[in-house]
Design a protein around this ligand. Structure first.
Ligand SMILES: [Zn+2]
Length: 222
């Protein structure tokens, strides 16, 4: 038993250990995004909402934020009304529920998630990519969504509730990382551009309607 306690770790071993610790920290920070409200850092509890950046909040926190923005220094400036967030339809993990029932509200195991993908059963704990469909609010793993809606010529339907949605721009990547952050940014730009376009056509229609109604009035008047 020569190795017991008596060995001095070599430098590269120490570096390896440090790296391991860093990865662990990063993992913990990543897990936290899936478990705590972005605004108030409370544990996420239904009703939970997502914003256009894919960040998760307790609905109550967003309501508080909208009532008094000054209270929150780091609030999402782009969330201006309740319609700027979407309430999520989450699938509870039966396993998590039975394991944590006796523990009150404290979740002891950071790696287990209260929510899962309804199709694949993957846990929503930050290890796998998860998406929400803005139209219906359903939350699924990207794997499930991609396997169902891979044929772009077919209608896009939510695999959970069956509701149709218009395009892939209705899909929000939750807590996006790396290249997905850019993808979500591009999505917002596309939506902003189309909203501006729709806004101007809306104005035009209302103008036309006004003209029509005023024309009717003059007709009636004559
Ligand atoms: Zn749905």
């Amino acid at each position: 038993m020569g190795c017991d306690g008596g060995t001095i770790p070599k430098r590269d071993e120490l570096v390896r250990q440090k790296k391991k610790a860093e990865v662990k920290d990063k993992n913990a920070a990543n897990m936290a995004k899936w478990r705590y409200c972005t605004l108030k850092y409370d544990a996420l509890k239904r009703p939970i909402v997502v914003d256009s950046h894919g960040l998760l909040y307790n609905k109550d926190a967003i309501l508080e934020f909208l009532l008094d923005r000054m209270q929150f220094e780091n609030g999402p400036s782009y969330v201006k009304k309740m319609k700027d967030v979407k309430e999520l339809q989450l699938t509870e993990s039966p396993e998590f529920k039975s394991n944590h029932n006796d523990l009150g509200n404290e979740y002891l195991d950071v790696y287990s998630s209260p929510f899962i993908c309804p199709l694949t059963g993957l846990e929503m704990n930050g290890k796998y990519k998860f998406c929400a469909i803005w139209t219906c609010g359903c939350v699924l793993s990207e794997r499930a969504l991609r396997s169902i809606n891979n044929n772009s010529s077919e209608k896009l339907c939510c695999p959970k509730c069956g509701k149709e949605y218009a395009s892939n721009d209705d899909v929000i990547i939750l807590n996006p990382e790396n290249e997905d952050i850019a993808l979500m940014e591009q999505r917002r730009q596309r939506l902003n551009a189309s909203q501006k376009k729709n806004g101007s056509t809306k104005r035009k229609t209302s103008e036309i309607e006004e003209e029509e109604s005023s024309g009717k009035k003059t007709k009636i008047g004559k």
